[in-house]
Design a protein around this ligand. Sequence first.
Ligand SMILES: Cc1cc2nc3c(=O)[nH]c(=O)nc-3n(C[C@H](O)[C@H](O)[C@H](O)COP(=O)(O)O)c2cc1C
Length: 431
Amino acid sequence: MQLEHRRIVIGITGGIAAYKCPQLIRLLIKQGADVWAAMTENAEKLVSKATIEALTHHPVADDIFAAPEDIGHIGLVSKADLYLIAPATANTIAKLAAGIADNMVTAAALSAPCRTVIAPAMNSRMYRHPATQANLETLKERGVIIIPPADGDLACGETGPGRMREPEEIAAYITALLSHTALPFAENTLLPQPEAPRELTAQKLLPKANGAGLRVLITAGPTEEPIDPVRIITNRSSGRMGFALAQAARERGAEVALVAGPVHLQTPAGVSRISVKTAQDMYDAVKAKLDSVDIVVGCAAVSDYRLAYVYDQKLTKEEHGDSLTLTLIKNEDIISMVGHSSPRPFTVGFAAETHDGDKHAREKLQRKNLDLIVLNDVSQSGIGFNSDENAVTVYDRDGKVTEIGRAPKSAVAASLMNIIFDAARAAKGTA
Ligand SMILES: Cc1cc2nc3c(=O)[nH]c(=O)nc-3n(C[C@H](O)[C@H](O)[C@H](O)COP(=O)(O)O)c2cc1C
């Protein structure tokens, strides 16, 4: 639900691709968006107003003078997070470039206080026409985001550029834009380059994103302690919870560094990954970044011990016979080092416990000087280590306990990052 609490206004104009709007609206609503629609008179000849009203659960705005006392064309977009015109006809694009406001769609565009995104759709000769290209250039210069049409079969029977992007692609683009994940079609020159993401995120696109402007370091996965050149001591951590946290943090507008132990998971888009193997490597990587982060979340299952002596040749049965004793020594506790550092980032630890979880979590919160600790009961099957789902309990320094019930790790990560960002902001006094 990456578009939760977002209001998106869609302006539908008289292009044949208007038939794709019901699907586009459904996809945006599925992501949690509150969608409102405006339609031109010609759009209503191509897709039914009743369908759009049934899907959005709101009346369609199509008449500037319908309720003059409400000044509808201003009210419609005044609280929007984004104004999307899809499909955008050549005619409407020309009107937008000229600043004409003769219907609900164009008048709303002039008064929109939010970002405007348009998805042009038309015959390829209309699209290539110098007038259309010049109008698009004008809009681009004014900061309108253009989702370039695809090359392909057109409704008129011709082939070429002008085909509106599929609803799935547009919904993915809007979701990425509003949640600040990597933008699809980024290499296309008509689209804004994401070179100033933090400013865009913090000031224009994501005023409601609780992670915007924050720098987060997350550790994830297991560590590996070598015994000899071919053997290691490790644990069952899959890294999925930490990676889900990194993705959730990124989706909330934060700058995210992920220090990951040896796992074969794909790095979430827009997250910078530092791959490590041993607990000592992880410790060094975290320490090196401490001065440049606001929040550290220690989700990795770090080996508590390493071998006192790593054999440089493979151990053999011939040499060691029926029993072999390995001496282990304690590793540095990474999250405790973070909790006791100065200046100190907002520090969140994880406690993976098989018994007495509540007692251990509270004790670790104190001893490691954490702001929050997340208890993971790894004795329960189906949650925690190497599972798709998790259920956790969050403890804070004031004794507040928050339960996050069993859910896919992505959903648990989303709830956790909301708690972490809100608590970190409150601690900084910027809530
Ligand atoms: C069946 C049909 C399909 C059309 N498809 C498009 C189109 O895809 N793109 C476009 O720019 N114009 C298209 N037009 C022409 C527009 O409807 C026309 O330019 C109209 O003035 C647009 O009005 P509006 O921008 O206010 O909706 C189409 C017209 C018809 C009859």
